[in-house]
Design a protein around this ligand. Structure first.
Ligand code: C2E
Ligand code: CA
Ligand code: CA
Length: 751
């Protein structure tokens, strides 16, 4: 294109310079002088001198005009005119001398000029014009209009030879030129292709020469590095490379003066003008041995986005999305590693702390999953902050976290680790403006020689379970007792199964008294297991296992049948007194059992207990579950005539106002609050509030765990409806149940 522009300027120049040039030919003294001398010596034909001058001038003018035309518009006609004018001028010049056919060589120059200018194809028209001009000149000689210093017969022969010779020569020149043109055009095309490939590619291509100087950079440098290609020229490529990746570049450049052409791939980071680092993949071809290149051709592809995605994927696979902590796979991996290294360095024994948030489910159910998630995130943050950077804090899922700490070889250090974790929960967690008290149960197990990760985790889990049963918010280090307990649990499950089958589950009864006159109004049925080997097993030891294994459904049914029968019998026997109610505990598992309704109906039918004499105790935490299903279940039970009592009230996070949405008739204040009467004003206030609010909502309020006269009197003063507890009567087998409350004066003295 640039060449085209140059052509146009030359064309304009030719036209403007036309007259002086033509005149210069006309009056060119040396040429005319030579012609004059040659003519005088009879070496050329004796045509008049002005004829020569005119001819030269005409040729020059004609040549210049056609030249300009052909240059300006390379049309077929202009090209033909130009060639014709040139050929005519040459013909005129050589034939005027009288030596026409002898000076054939002049045509060769004309032809060469035409072919050089208009391309290989011009050889044919040049030949045609030459032949035409020669023929015309021959005619001129025959008619004696053109001078000839040779005999006519010779002239004609020479002319024929001239044409044959010209044909051969021009054809040859034409074909050679055509080949050259073809080669050139294909070279140009491929060069063009490569140039645009390099220039328009989103990949950056640079050529790095000696001393890692940049010899060339493609335009993509702006896009990729925020630097103009021109700015990069001459700079040291090393200044672009991340210091940590420099070694790779150095190693490459080090092999200078190699003769081999090699290619390598580099994964490096390059500096962007904005100060960030771009991840790139560089394909380096070593063309230093090729003189035309003499450098490294570096093709650079920006893979920042891909690398980021790969890193995110890898992170995702090994981390928990919510808290960003390592997940189970990463933890297990690190644990395996750690256990393996114990073989080499016994000082680095790993300990595993398994922690489970207490009552997490409540937060989730009551405040929503958003709040639950927020709580987990905050717990994760606290743990991370409280532990050493070398400790791994992982989340196994749900509310279970695991801490892997190395160098914890003895139970004491493990205990310290536990303390550190427990202290994370000293402060309340604020979620949505609510400051929630939280706690966690922590179980710690210390790694042993030949341990495997799974077994260590199981031991930590067992220790955590023990911490939970000991009463939440504490840490337990796994020892032989814990191990024995785990085995015990497994043992209990089997034994309990057999006990239920053989009907070894008995029921003890604890009277519930009206607090105004201390008359018995109900008895709570409490399961007891008479184990032939162990004796009487407390519910604390087996209710949990029964719930975990689902055995509670059958166990609860047995207790209900026996209790209803017993209370119905008492009501038949105790004529004259108001009938007692049977208060039966129902666990969440039992309530979720589809047959619970049928069980209650059939039991009432069989025992002939008046349905109004049946209280069903459900725990507060159960009520906090799936609202609609719970309401439907409780509604169905109430429709059978039973009264629903909310057990252990105050241990969940619910409010009485919340409970109003359920078909509840009785609320039982948990014994931990009753226990605080006379000790903690806080507990007294809670008890007072529950009594007041319960009454306002039309509920009967029962206080559990009354152990002292003071507690009894406090509750009586509050107007609490009913109560139970060791002070009034201990749970006892049916035949020894005391239906009389102790006379205040006598009992105080006795105790
Ligand atoms: P709960 O429903 O809160 O039962 C009351 C528990 O408090 C009973 O313990 C009782 O012996 C005890 N208790 C009564 N008065 C006092 C007192 O003044 N001070 C103290 N410290 N404790 C007192 P127990 O019999 O060991 O039962 C423990 C738990 O086992 C029960 O707690 C109940 O949740 C569960 N349970 C017992 N029997 C059954 C049953 O048949 N079915 C179901 N689902 N759960 C049962
Ligand atoms: Ca109860
Ligand atoms: Ca209770």
């Amino acid at each position: 294109m640039a060449e085209g522009g140059a052509e146009r300027t030359t064309a304009a120049g030719t036209i403007s310079r036309l007259p002086p040039q033509a005149w210069s030919y006309l009056i060119n003294p040396p040429i005319l002088l030579i012609i004059w001398i040659l003519r005088d010596l009879d070496l050329i034909a004796r045509a008049p001198l002005w004829g020569y001058a005119l001819m030269l001038g005409a040729a020059a003018v004609l040549g210049a005009i056609t030249d300009a035309w052909a240059l300006r518009r390379r049309s077929r006609l202009s090209v033909q005119a130009r060639i014709a004018a040139q050929t005519a001028a040459v013909t005129a010049a050589i034939y005027m001398t009288g030596w026409g056919p002898v000076l054939t060589i002049a045509y060769a120059f004309t032809a060469q000029e035409a072919i050089g200018r208009f391309g290989a194809r011009a050889w044919r028209s040049t030949l045609a014009w030459c032949a035409l001009c020669i023929a015309l000149a021959q005619c001129g000689i025959a008619l004696r209009l053109v001078p000839s210093l040779l005999p006519t017969s010779m002239v004609q022969g020479l002319a024929a030879l001239e044409i044959v010779g010209l044909t051969i020569v021009l054809r040859m020149v034409g074909s050679v030129t055509a080949d050259k043109e073809k080669a050139e055009s294909s070279l140009r095309a491929s060069e063009d292709r490569f140039r645009s490939l390099v220039q328009h590619s989103s990949d950056l291509t640079i050529v790095v020469g000696e001393g890692s100087r940049i010899l060339y950079a493609s335009e993509a440098s702006w896009e990729m590095l925020g630097v103009d290609a021109a700015q990069l020229l001459g700079t040291d490529a090393a200044t672009l490379v991340h210091p940590e990746d420099l070694e790779q570049l150095r190693a490459l450049v080090a092999g200078w003066h190699t003769t081999e052409e090699t290619s390598t791939r580099l994964d490096i980071r390059l500096r962007h003008a904005d100060g960030t680092w771009r991840d790139v993949e560089a394909a380096v071809s070593d063309l230093r041995s090729r003189p035309t290149v003499a450098g490294l051709i570096v093709n650079i592809r920006d893979v920042t986005a891909r690398k980021a995605a790969e890193r995110a994927l890898a992170h995702h696979a090994l981390h928990d999305t919510l808290t960003g902590l390592p997940n189970r796979s990463l933890l297990m991996d690190r644990l395996e590693q750690s256990l393996m290294s114990v073989e080499r360095d016994p000082g680095g024994v790993p300990a595993l702390a398994f922690l489970d948030l207490d009552r997490f489910k409540l937060v989730n159910d009551q405040l929503g999953h958003g709040a639950g998630d927020e709580l987990l995130v905050q717990v994760a943050r606290r743990l991370r902050r409280a532990l050493r950077p070398t400790d791994t804090v992982a989340r196994l899922g749900g509310d279970e976290f695991v801490v892997l700490s190395e160098g914890v070889a003895d139970p004491e250090t493990a205990g310290l680790l536990g303390d550190r974790i427990i202290r994370c929960f000293d402060e309340r967690v604020t979620i949505g403006g609510c400051a929630l008290p939280i706690s966690a149960s922590v179980g710690i197990a210390i790694g042993e020689r030949g341990d495997d990760a799974e077994r260590l985790l199981q031991r930590a889990d067992a220790a955590m379970y023990r911490a939970k049963t000991l009463g939440r918010g504490r840490a337990v280090v796994f020892d032989e007792t814990t191990g024995a307990e785990t085995r015990e649990r497994v043992h209990i499950e089997g034994a309990l199964r057999r006990a239920i089958d053989k009907g070894e589950i008995g029921v003890h009864y604890q009277p519930i008294f009206a607090l105004n006159d201390l008359s018995v109004i109900a008895v709570e049925a409490l399961a007891r297991w008479h184990d032939p080997q162990r004796g009487l097993v407390s519910p604390e030891a087996f209710i949990g296992v029964a719930e975990d294994t689902g055995l509670i459904v059958e166990l609860g049914a047995q207790v209900m049948r026996e209790a209803c029968q017993q209370v119905a019998t008492w009501n038949r026997e105790r004529i004259g007194t108001s009938p007692l109610a049977a208060s039966i505990n129902l666990s969440g598992k039992q309530l979720n059992d589809p047959n619970v309704n049928a069980l209650v109906r059939d039991t009432l039918g069989m025992s002939e207990l008046d349905p109004s004499q049946l209280w069903l105790e459900v725990t507060e935490t159960y009520v906090l579950n799936d609202h609609e299903r719970v309401v439907a279940t409780l509604d169905a039970l109430r429709n059978l005539g039973a009264t629903i009592a909310v057990d252990d009230f105050g241990t969940g996070y619910s409010s009485l106002t919340y409970l109003r949405r359920f078909p509840v008739g009785i609320v039982k204040i948990d014994r931990q609050f009753v226990n605080g009467i006379g000790r903690a004003t806080h507990d007294e206030e809670i008890v007072a509030a529950v009594v007041r609010l319960g009454h306002a909502l039309g509920l009967r309020v029962v206080a559990e765990g009354i152990e002292t006269l003071e507690q009894l009197q406090y509750l009586q003063a509050l107007g609490c409806d009913a109560g139970q507890g060791f002070y009034l009567a201990r749970p006892a087998p049916a035949h020894v149940v005391a239906f009389e409350a102790p006379a205040p004066d006598a009992t105080t003295a006795a105790r």
